[in-house]
Design a binder for this molecule. Structure first.
Ligand code: PXP
Length: 241
């Protein structure tokens, strides 16, 4: 089965913004990732614009030739931007200003109305909608009911404590999502080491990986870091049932 590796280039912008320079350019990074075989580019436009900025999203849209996945909170401001940028996919994520990174999945039950409205608006614009959720059965079922086309399972807990229990939670949630007709993605905290076990899960068709690839890129260069991550993912896929 062909598996998609989407590279999240947020932290190229983190390094740029640390000095207020124009380099390194996340759009150039996205081009290098695509040339190295990435199947898509992921960028998170956060409310506080700590890394990716509005202009980056527009430039990415003009440049990306694979798939552009925009991660965002389900707010009015972000919906309006997504309608202008028109990424191929929007992944709705929870967002809290004080967090270091996206902690936990979307509270689909608690934000039911907001999420349902966001999905309807984005789908009406022709944008595919993915929800970033914890690997939890009730959340999977509700996400489908609200109209999501894809679910991205939060792998953070597994990466923190790579136990058989956490892997089983991912396996069960992925299998249920697939059985309900949803595409299954996974991401957060994945590295060349821990991605292999997750890639063995039969029903996962996409990974979104950022921090570890950008960190590896400091040592071996971005194209090599993308190729190395692709090889790790494919190692897991080759071990499927
Ligand atoms: N997927 C989603 C929905 C995310 O919010 C993030 C982090 O921005 C990632 C994947 C990538 O996580 P990491 O940078 O740890 O690879």
């Amino acid at each position: 089965m062909a598996i998609r590796l989407h590279i999240n280039i947020d932290h190229v912008a983190t390094i740029r913004n640390a000095r207020g320079t124009r380099y390194p350019d996340p759009v150039f990074a996205a081009q290098l990732c695509e040339q190295a075989g990435a199947d898509g580019i992921t960028a998170h436009l956060r409310e506080d614009r700590r890394h990716i900025r509005d202009e980056d999203m527009h430039r990415l849209r003009a440049s990306v030739t694979t798939l552009l996945n925009m991660e965002m909170a389900a707010t009015e401001e972000m919906l309006a931007i997504a309608e202008r940028v028109r990424p191929d996919v929007v992944t709705l994520v929870p967002e809290r200003r004080e967090e270091r990174t996206t902690e936990g999945g979307l509270d689909v039950q608690g934000m039911r109305g907001v999420v349902e409205n966001a999905i309807a608006r984005l789908r009406a614009t022709g944008i595919k909608v993915s929800l970033f959720i914890a690997p939890d059965e009730a959340t999977v079922r509700l996400s489908r009911e609200l109209g999501a086309q894809q679910l991205e399972l939060h792998t953070g807990d597994y990466c923190h404590a790579p136990t058989a229990h956490e892997l089983e939670r991912l396996r069960v949630a992925a299998a249920l999502s697939h059985a309900l007709g949803l595409e299954v993605a996974a991401g957060h905290g994945l590295t060349r080491q821990n991605v292999i076990e997750v890639a063995r899960l039969e029903t996962i068709v996409e990974f979104n990986i950022g921090h570890a690839v950008i960190a590896d890129a400091l040592m071996v260069g971005l194209p090599q870091a993308v190729r190395d991550m692709h090889a790790a993912v494919n190692r897991g896929v080759a071990q499927r049932g």
